[in-house]
Design a protein around this ligand. Structure first.
Ligand code: ADP
Ligand code: TRP
Length: 344
């Protein structure tokens, strides 16, 4: 059936959740921040800092506060306009945690056993030869997919842009929503969400300082907003081979070039590619070029970021305003669920 010309297709809601477990690095920017910022063009976009999700691992209160502000400041410095989109902290929306219980009662335990974050933690225990495969695993990690489902469902999101590793969690959210709808669908139905893997995620994994994927877990990152001197130092540390300056080089095998590709203008990338292939361009020169490109692009963002991290900056007010907008969405959903299940 085709839509009649009079039908206006409603704007889809997209929801992005970011766990504040560290200071953002270049890989996060390329793989997550940049692609998610594009969503603003075609969606009603919501972005939240999943601070209660970080509690499964971050146990230092000052650090959790710092990472939460750092992640929020990063997104705003990178171009998110809190007046146009909704930016909030998960912990500022208490409705999420009430719905969390309701949805836990809809979620099969077997579904949680199969969730990959939990399975990966068990595998690590088994590989380490521990007798108890659940050693060191808290219930927060185990229940994490339920809370993530609620994050999504309570905001009635249509699409959820996530890294590949998170698509299973969005499928679990759809599954839990389906269970609820099956029982209570006559009174209230959750929207069934869909995961989308941003283009940046499919093709480009940024290498880190040791050539492996840039990741906090490998301690091989270039922080997005480290100072200029530190940035220069870290770029110099990216490994290269010992091909002499005069020899032709394979750009695609170079970690430095792979990073340059993600930040420099296409003409600059094409020109550098040719120069490397022709011979005569050394790794030192390539690293200087990468530093210049990164610094030119990141400096204005870094200034905004540093200003937002000041104790009395507008950041906290922005998050409070965002929480108010987010709660306007969450409150009516929870009220309908409460009626549907029989507690109101
Ligand atoms: P980390 O590996 O540093 O802990 P996360 O797992 O918190 O990073 O990832 C947050 C987001 O950043 C995800 O969407 C992920 O796909 C993206 N991301 C992380 N590292 C990279 C990378 N090296 N290249 C591209 N994207 C990345
Ligand atoms: N689990 C996601 C991660 O580790 C973060 C997250 C929590 C999330 N809740 C979400 C992402 C809801 C999208 C939607 O990166």
């Amino acid at each position: 059936m085709s839509a009649s010309p009079a039908t206006v297709s409603p704007v889809k809601v997209s929801l992005t959740g970011i766990k504040p477990t560290g200071e953002p690095h270049l890989g996060n920017y390329v793989g997550a921040v940049k692609p998610a910022l594009q969503l603003v063009r075609e969606h009603e976009a919501l972005y939240f800092i999943a601070d209660y999700h970080a509690l499964t691992t971050v146990r230092d209160p000052d650090l959790l506060r710092h990472y939460t502000r750092s992640v929020a400041a990063t997104w705003i410095a990178a171009g998110l306009d809190p007046d146009r989109v909704v930016v909030y902290r998960q912990s500022d929306v208490p409705e999420i945690f009430e719905l969390n219980w309701v949805m836990a009662c809809m979620a099969g335990k077997g579904l949680m056993n199969r969730a990959h974050a939990y399975k990966a933690a068990r595998d690590r225990n088994q590989e380490a030869g521990r007798v108890d495969a659940d050693a060191g695993i808290n219930m927060g990690l185990y229940n994490y997919p339920v809370l993530m489902a609620v994050d999504i469902l309570i905001m009635e999101a249509d699409v959820v842009p996530v890294g590949r590793d998170q698509t299973q969690h969005v499928e679990i959210a759809a599954d839990i929503a389906g269970s609820f709808n099956h029982v209570y669908g006559e009174t209230y139905r959750f929207k069934i969400p869909q995961a989308v893997v941003p283009a940046g995620e499919t093709g480009h994994t940024l290498p880190g300082l040791d050539g492996r994927k840039m990741s906090k877990s490998y301690d091989n990152t270039i922080p997005l907003f480290c100072g200029e001197a530190q940035l220069k130092k870290l770029v110099r540390r990216i490994p290269t081979d010992s091909t002499p300056v005069a020899e032709p080089k394979d750009p695609d095998a170079s970690h430095v070039f792979q990073i340059l590709e993600q930040f420099a203008a296409p003409e600059v990338v094409a020109d550098t590619r040719l120069r490397l292939q022709a011979g005569g361009m050394g790794w030192g020169e390539l690293k200087n070029q990468l530093f210049e490109v990164l610094n030119a692009q990141l400096s204005p963002m870094r200034e905004r970021y540093d200003a937002l991290l000041e104790p009395d900056s507008p950041l906290d007010g922005m998050l409070a305003a965002g929480a108010e907008k987010a709660r306007k969405r969450a409150i009516p959903v929870l009220a309908q669920v409460r009626r549907a299940i029989g507690v109101a």
